[in-house]
Design a binder for this molecule. Structure first.
Ligand code: DQA
Length: 144
């Protein structure tokens, strides 16, 4: 099985960026840990991070994976276009946030993705990506 990991704007700044909200780990560390875990589960994991909405949309259009794990970052709260992109490829996905968005500013409480996601993980830091991977595998095993 193949899974696409999508990380939205400013997540390239992890490690330096507001560590109280987002932790100390960098994106390359998170991606390499997740890639290693995926290999053990016989999953081919590909990753894109972009600060540009159009690049994320194009990457989703071009993919032909079985499942998507996405942290849309700030686009979570703004992007009908990214929501429509993920719906256009009809690929099941889990939404991940490092921070507990519900414990933060009200503008972070709404997501354009949650109502169409298989599930949502937030507030568990980088571990959330690992939990998402495990849940994606369970989902795909149930589906096959
Ligand atoms: C985030 C939460 C968003 O509100 C924020 O804009 C981000 C990161 C998170 O992972 O906690 O950039 O998605």
């Amino acid at each position: 099985n193949r899974i696409l990991l999508v990380n939205g704007p400013n997540l390239n700044m992890l490690g330096k960026r507001e560590p109280g909200h987002y932790g100390q780990r960098t994106l390359p560390q998170i991606v390499s840990e997740l890639t290693h875990a995926a290999e053990l589960l016989d999953i081919e994991l590909t990753h894109i991070q972009s600060n540009a909405e159009a690049e994320l949309i194009e990457a989703i259009h071009q993919t032909s994976v079985d499942f998507i794990i996405i942290n849309p970052a700030a686009f979570t709260h703004t992007s009908v276009a990214l929501r429509d992109a993920i719906l256009s490829v009809a690929t099941p996905f889990i939404e991940v946030h490092l921070s507990n968005v519900h414990a933060r500013e009200p503008f972070r409480h709404h997501s354009y993705f949650s109502d169409v996601a298989v599930g949502v993980i937030c507030g568990l830091g980088a571990d959330g990506y690992q939990f998402a991977l495990q849940s994606a595998v369970n989902y795909l095993n149930r589906a096959s």
